[in-house]
Design a protein around this ligand. Structure first.
Ligand code: ZN
Length: 150
């Protein structure tokens, strides 16, 4: 017998962006934020940059190419927003959110990025230099001065 979908999935309101998102009843930790917001909170852009580095990646060529295209598109949108006079930080946040939605809605990309976030965290834990690198990455994120976002 098939359990009706609404018995295993219910809807929660994201505490960050206030959108509704599905939560599975069997999940051990019930998230309070939607997928894209969780990606943003975990600094997913760092993972994306990491994946785009030739040597560092367990991503396939095709996946890396798909990511690269997304990132280039995001970079172009960011530049355009800045040229249009939008506040750079604001522009960056909207581009970051749009990219998070795109990645979250693609099953393969989502899996890969989540895995990489885990990997980077793991590295950071055991390695002071990695910690420093993570700090630098975070600083760049705050400044919105990423290589690809200008
Ligand atoms: Zn959200």
């Amino acid at each position: 017998m098939v359990t009706p979908l609404n018995r295993i999935w219910h809807t929660k309101k994201c505490t960050e962006c206030m959108s509704d998102f599905p939560v599975h009843k069997d999940w051990q930790t019930q998230p309070s934020q939607c997928g894209p917001c969780r990606l943003i909170a975990q600094k997913y852009v760092d993972a994306v940059e990491y994946l785009l580095k030739e040597s560092a990646s367990n991503a396939s060529r095709e996946t890396r190419q798909a990511l690269l295209e997304l990132v280039q598109e995001a970079g172009a949108i960011y530049q355009k927003k800045k040229l249009d006079g939008e506040d750079p930080r604001r522009a960056w946040h909207s581009v970051e959110r749009k990219l998070a939605h795109t990645i979250w809605s693609d099953k393969n990309l989502r899996k890969l990025v989540l895995l990489t976030i885990k990997e980077l965290k793991f590295q950071a834990r055991g390695d002071a230099r990695a910690d420093k690198r993570n700090q630098n990455r975070s600083a760049r994120l705050l400044n919105g001065t990423r290589r690809w976002s200008g």
